[in-house]
Design a protein around this ligand. Structure first.
Ligand code: ZN
Length: 305
């Protein structure tokens, strides 16, 4: 009887280790637990962030990292957390700095908002030597690209999608006109975490493409704030709270105000691009993207291009 007791106690310890009770420091400084079974793998600097969600039926990864070196680091983190495979990948956007590493998780089904596959195929066609160029950047990158395969979304949804998988509920919200051709906010209602894609980035000027509109960005922020999340994980930049949306709104409000004043003076778009300055945001990264922001503000205020 005594032996039996020791055995079951030992077994309980072994089981709890196998179930993934890893000490936080073992995961390194870039991995943070946000809620039960929900982790963020933060990118270096402005590199893309990824999410790791543990479920009873396997792992869900949100974005596979800035590049394949990062994808392999994410795969290592997953291995420390659980012996289960990555079975699902959710793309918050189709750009290469979120999707090139999909091949590192060959057992996964990839889900994206409508337009994701088309965007990826277009980018691949436009830069056919992209992978060779990437491999040439360093021996580490070359090694990380070993076995590369171009993987586009297996499933594309439009509007919203709810995934009930392994005891976790994951809601996808298609955000149109906020950053890329296919942007998804990933919301975990029970854990109160939202992966907010690149609708808002932190301490950085975002690139606003011709199909992106400031009203769409602001509407996406409003929608995500209404979910009442505790944690907000942007596509790029330090994860935080809904303050990320507040900061973005304040920035766009000031930008619109200044562009509006310049338009009322009868200035041309070129003059406005030259004259409008945002010194309050001089510390933000990617200042070279400012003309795309001024152009979006100009369009939002009824200016014709
Ligand atoms: Zn992007």
């Amino acid at each position: 009887m005594q032996i039996m007791k020791i055995t079951s106690a030992t077994l309980a310890i072994v089981v709890s280790i196998a179930a993934g009770s890893v000490l936080a420091q073992d995961l390194g400084p870039r991995v943070k637990k946000l809620a039960d079974g929900v982790y963020v793998h933060t990118g270096n600097g402005f590199d893309s962030n990824s999410g790791i969600i543990l479920t009873d039926e396997g792992v869900v990864v949100i974005d596979t990292g800035q590049n394949p070196i990062e994808s392999r680091a994410i795969a290592e983190t997953v291995k420390k957390l659980t012996p289960m495979p990555v079975r699902l990948i959710i793309d918050t956007e189709p750009h290469g700095d979120h999707t090139t590493g999909h091949f590192v998780f060959p057992q996964a089904i990839v889900v994206a908002a409508q337009g994701g596959g088309e965007s990826m195929r277009g980018a691949d066609k436009a830069a056919p030597n992209r992978i060779q160029t990437m491999a040439a950047t360093s021996p580490q990158m070359k090694a990380a690209l070993e076995g590369y395969k171009f993987i586009t979304p297996h499933i594309e949804y439009n509007g919203t999608m709810t995934i009930n998988f392994g005891g976790k509920t994951i809601e996808l919200r298609h955000m149109k006109g906020v950053h890329s051709e296919s942007d998804t906010a990933v919301w975990l209602p029970k854990e109160r975490v939202v992966f907010s894609a690149s609708a808002f980035v932190v301490n950085q000027i975002n690139i606003l493409r011709p199909f992106v509109t400031i009203p769409d960005i602001l509407a996406a922020g409003k929608m995500m704030r209404s979910l009442n999340p505790e944690n907000v994980v942007p596509g790029h930049g330090t994860p935080g709270t809904t303050k990320i949306f507040d900061d973005g709104e304040k920035y766009y409000a000031l930008l619109m105000q200044r562009v509006d004043a310049a338009m009322k003076q009868g200035k041309s778009l070129d003059d406005i691009k030259r004259d409008v300055k945002m010194p309050e945001y001089a510390s933000w990264g990617s200042q070279d993207r400012m003309p795309t922001n001024i152009e979006a503000a100009y369009r939002a205020l009824g200016g014709r291009i």
